[in-house]
Design a protein around this ligand. Structure first.
Ligand code: 5AD
Ligand code: SF4
Length: 477
């Protein structure tokens, strides 16, 4: 298989395992208790999954995990670069590390992830944040044990942005996942699409798919561990397998996962509309364990803007896809991402996005105001709208979508559904008789009454009330 050369080889991981043992020995000598790690993650699910791998490596080095920086011997901040807002939050947070370091000079501070992969960020950290000990990018994830050892043994700060942007795949590390019933499983890494606004292809490298056999094995293990709602992750899952020489593509992977025995649900994100096929939707419709739910980012409704964004579909093509998907799955839930204020977008063009919302009627949206990212094509494209106009459009978008979400949720009242009951409690003060959180097949949030003791189980429920953001129901005995 062509991608075997990109899988971090056993030899390489062997080297890292040796560094794990060395780090473990250093801490055993230094402390008469288990060393503790505190991890913090910004950004998307892919980043959460990377943190789970980092936690896996920390466990191999003997670390336990704590919930506050005060108890930690090492703190890891896994960063996001998708919008400026995300980066500013990280800088704010990194500032706080200086206090923690004053309280505990032995504390090791680590910055990693998408933001850290960018040269200008690493330079800024090097020059202005002297209390950050280790900076490593997404391509250097697999060398974390080596870099940590280097910092402890040599006492020098470590900056590691090295790595082929073709990237690599790390196998044979057991991620330390969050407890609960939902888990993420990365099936591929990177992105080849180069949408003109997006930094992801620059910080996460090219697409590379994990071996289907490895994915199936990991999936079965998750089921054995009690996970029941598993999300397959990738920047663009629809191009899964393009680098596997015909061994397996995404619909086939879904088919193979669906055939695994057990009572579970599988979902996936994210799908790029240009690669979503009728075959994908037919497969979803046929496979009963694959949720009838899709996150299909449209970004905007105007063809000129879509072209400038390099999305490679038109509004019409998007609608055709949605219509087909609904024809084979009438109960399909669809969510999307929208960017408002892309450079050059006019108020008239923005109205095409509003038309798109009214036509598709998404269940819910993730909405963003365009944020210029250094190195991308849209970085210095000129604007025609002012900041205030963009803000006004953004607010109109939210208003329209909130109404649609509410109308859709209202149609659920009286319906009987099957949900997976979660551990989480309702943290809102109103409607507090509905204490338990749960999720429908379409990933709608339902607060439940009468569900105590059913955590981690499927329950048949009836919906009693609705709001813009959630449904409220009770368990049917
Ligand atoms: N500005 C605003 N939103 C962005 N996204 C990606 N890059 C940018 C940017 N530069 C949004 C897109 C994408 C989601 C993950 O983040 O909508 O689908
Ligand atoms: Fe960014 Fe586009 Fe890749 Fe999504 S598909 S990560 S928006 S470049």
């Amino acid at each position: 298989m062509s991608n075997t050369s990109r899988v971090v080889s056993d030899e390489l991981m062997q080297v890292q395992r040796e560094y794990c043992d060395k780090v473990r020995a250093i801490y055993e000598n230094k402390l008469d208790r288990q060393p503790m790690a505190f991890t913090q993650t910004f950004g998307c699910q892919q980043n959460e999954a990377d943190t789970e791998l980092i936690r896996g490596m920390l466990a191999m080095m003997g670390f336990g995990f704590c919930d506050s920086i005060d108890e930690a011997d090492i703190v890891i901040v896994n960063t996001c670069a998708i919008r400026d807002h995300a980066e500013q939050r990280v800088y704010g947070n990194v500032g706080e590390l200086s206090h923690a370091k004053k309280n505990n000079p032995e504390l090791i501070t680590v910055l990693c992830g998408c933001m850290a992969q960018q040269k200008h960020v690493a330079e800024r950290i090097k020059n202005s944040y002297p209390y950050v000990d280790i900076v490593f990018g997404t391509h250097a994830l697999c060398r974390f044990p080596e870099n940590l050892h280097s910092r402890i043994a040599r006492g020098k700060r470590v900056f590691d942005l090295e790595g082929d942007e073709k990237g690599c795949i790390i196998e044979n590390i057991e991620p330390v996942r969050k407890q609960g019933h939902r888990a993420w499983l990365s099936i591929m890494y990177g992105c080849n699409n180069f949408c003109s606004y997006c930094v992801v292809p620059y910080v996460r490298g090219r697409e590379r798919s994990r071996d289907p056999e490895v994915i199936i094995r990991e999936f079965k293990k998750l089921l054995e561990q009690g996970y029941k709602d598993i999300t397959l992750l990738g920047q663009n899952v629809n191009s899964y397998g393009n680098d596997l020489e015909g061994v397996c593509d995404f619909p086939e992977l879904l088919e193979r996962i669906n055939a695994i025995p057990g009572d579970f649900r599988v979902r996936f994100m994210t799908s790029h509309p240009k690669d979503a096929t009728k075959r994908l939707f037919d497969t979803m419709a046929r496979c009963e364990k694959v949720c009838n739910s899709i996150h299909l980012p449209v970004q905007c409704g105007n063809d000129r803007v879509l072209k400038e964004m390099n999305r490679r579909y038109t509004g019409e093509q998007y609608l055709e896809l949605v219509d087909y998907a609904r024809s084979v799955m009438p109960d399909l839930t669809i969510t999307s991402d929208i960017i408002v204020g892309f450079p050059g977008e006019t108020n008239e063009e923005f109205q095409d996005t509003i038309k798109m919302l009214e036509r598709v009627r998404f269940d819910s949206l993730f909405t963003f105001i365009f944020s210029p990212r250094k190195g991308t094509k849209a970085w210095d494209m000129p604007d025609v709208l002012t900041k205030e106009e963009k803000q006004r459009n953004f607010e109109e978008l939210l208003e329209v979508q909130n109404r649609i979400s509410r109308e859709i949720n209202d149609t659920y009242v009286g319906k009987r559904l099957r949900v997976l009951v979660g551990e989480e409690e309702n943290d809102r003060s109103y409607n507090n008789e509905y204490t338990k959180q749960s999720r429908t097949e379409g990933f709608k949030l339902v607060y439940l009454r009468g569900a105590e003791g059913l955590e981690g189980q499927y329950a048949d429920i009836v919906i009693e009330k609705s709001s813009t953001w959630a449904l409220f129901g009770s368990v049917v005995k």
